[in-house]
Structure formats: structure tokens, C-alpha cells
Design a protein around this ligand. Structure first.
Ligand code: 4HQ
Length: 256
């Protein structure tokens, strides 16, 4: 069970996203809890201000420190364990599957979503354990990134995915991209499903899938092969792929 406390000035943005499909089911089963916290509720002035002008001048607005401090204090006081505190920001380390698996072990996670030009630096210094980015592009707020993190973390919690869907076959699970998949019909507009998948020979099918996962990764994301844990059999499969694709092994610019 992981509890996500999400701090935002637009908590309504999350409602639809978390009310469908697997995340909805995960909440019903008590495997995750999502606590949407409106930062504005912790502003005390009569206009319930959450932003202000930057000291030193310049464009845009900055999220004020006091409402966010009060919100964190309130959540932390009610929490059974010390929450892990994340700020969504392009200045953070890029999110990946390893981080999703790591966060799925936490009991409580606070995710702070920023808006405007940024946050008062004292929020970073005093309240944040780690900054996470979802990629090198600029968004209008941390809400979409927070949804991405909650989704990826939740599906790594045991019981969230059905027994049928296996995490082992995910892209990135073993550091490789996924293999090609097919369903009925056997032939569509002259394009046939590979014969091997119809043989019922599971050893042969497993070998084919592993090889095609290696091929995809080599052709599309060769950088991933450097980190993937490959077996002797994998190197043999890669050998076959080099020959089939006409790749000169000597010219491969990395070691794995
Ligand atoms: N932000 N990954 C929030 C991002 C971002 C990202 C820009 C964060 C705007 C206010 N967050 N500020 N990329 O683009 O996490």
C-alpha cells in the first residue's frame, strides 16, 4: 500500500485520470491511496495567495513558501511514517523504470506540483528529498508529470496489475524493448503472423521473442544494451542479428 499526497493548486486535474481503469481498481482494492491536496487551502490571506513577485525583479511569479510549508506540515503530522518528498521539476533526475520500482517500496510519498516560473528556493532546501523530471521539455506545471509518476509507480505495486499481465514482459523490465506481438486474424491485408508463434513450441517462441526484443533494442535503442544483463545465449542471438541486418560488429561504437 502506497499513499500519494499530491500538492497542487489544480487538484481537479487529477480527478478523471485516477478515476479510470487500473488506478481506479488499485484504489478500490486499497493497494494505493491518492490524497489530493489543494495548496490554496493553506493560504491564510483573504485572497488565498499562493504566488508572488520574484525578489530582484524579472518576469513571472514564484510559488510562495508559507502555504506549501503549512500543507507539508499538516500532511507530515497526520502521516504514520515519514513521507518521501518529491518535487516535479525539469531540474531533477530523469524518471525511469528503476525509479518507479524504487518508489513502489515507499509507504507515503508527497508529490509537489509547481506552477508559474518556479518555487521559492527555501521550499527546495527544507522540504524536498528529491527532484524528478519526466524528460527534457518544458510543461506548464508539475501536474502531468505527477500523474506519470503515480501511474508508473502504482503498476509496480504487487496486485495492481492483473495476474495475466506480466511485468516481466514490459519494455525496460529486463532493460530491453518489447518484442513484436500479434493477435487474430492470422492474416490481415496480406500480412501474416510469424509462423513460429503458431507452432505451440514454447521454447522456440521464447527464443524468437528474446531475439526480436534484442533486435529492436539494437536497432532503436542501442544505448540500452550497455546496461542490459545479457546471457551467453543473448550474444549468440545478437551474432545472428548482426548477420541478418548486415551490421559489422567491429563498427559497433559501444561495448556490452
Ligand atoms: N515543469 N518534468 C513545473 C516541467 C517538468 C518536467 C515545468 C515542472 C514547469 C512549473 N516537471 N514547472 N519536464 O516541465 O517534471
Amino acid at each position: 500500500m502506497v499513499t500519494f499526497h499530491i500538492l497542487s493548486i489544480f487538484p481537479e486535474m487529477f480527478v478523471g485520470v485516477f478515476q479510470e481503469s487500473i488506478l481506479k481498481r488499485a484504489q478500490e482494492k486499497g493497494l494505493i491511496k491518492i490524497n489530493l491536496v489543494n495548496i490554496r487551502n493553506y493560504a491564510t490571506d483573504k485572497h488565498r495567495t499562493t504566488d508572488d513577485y520574484p525578489y530582484g525583479g524579472g518576469p513571472g511569479m514564484i510559488m510562495k513558501v508559507e502555504p506549501i510549508f503549512r500543507a507539508f506540515y499538516d500532511i507530515t503530522a497526520k502521516a504514520k511514517t515519514k513521507p518521501h518528498r518529491i518535487f516535479m521539476s525539469p531540474q531533477g533526475k530523469t524518471f525511469n523504470q528503476k525509479k518507479a520500482i524504487e518508489l513502489a517500496e515507499k509507504k507515503e510519498i508527497i508529490i509537489l506540483c509547481g506552477r508559474y516560473e518556479g518555487i521559492d528556493e527555501r521550499i527546495r532546501e527544507e522540504l524536498i528529498d528529491e527532484e524528478i523530471s519526466i524528460g527534457d521539455y518544458v510543461l506548464t506545471g508539475g501536474e502531468l508529470p505527477a500523474m506519470v509518476v503515480v501511474d508508473a509507480v502504482s503498476r509496480m505495486i504487487p496486485g495492481v496489475l492483473g495476474d495475466e499481465s506480466s511485468k516481466e514482459d514490459d519494455s525496460f523490465y529486463c532493460g530491453l524493448l518489447g518484442y513484436p506481438q500479434y493477435t487474430r486474424p492470422r492474416e490481415f491485408q496480406g500480412k501474416k503472423v510469424p509462423d513460429v508463434l503458431l507452432t505451440g513450441n514454447h521454447a522456440l517462441i521464447e527464443r524468437w521473442r528474446r531475439k526480436e526484443a534484442l533486435r529492436r533494442t539494437l536497432l532503436r535503442r542501442p544505448d540500452l544494451l550497455v546496461e542490459a544483463d545479457l546471457t551467453e545465449e543473448d550474444y549468440k542471438l545478437l551474432e545472428e542479428i548482426y548477420n541478418e541486418e548486415g551490421i559489422d560488429e567491429e563498427k559497433i561504437p559501444f561495448r556490452y
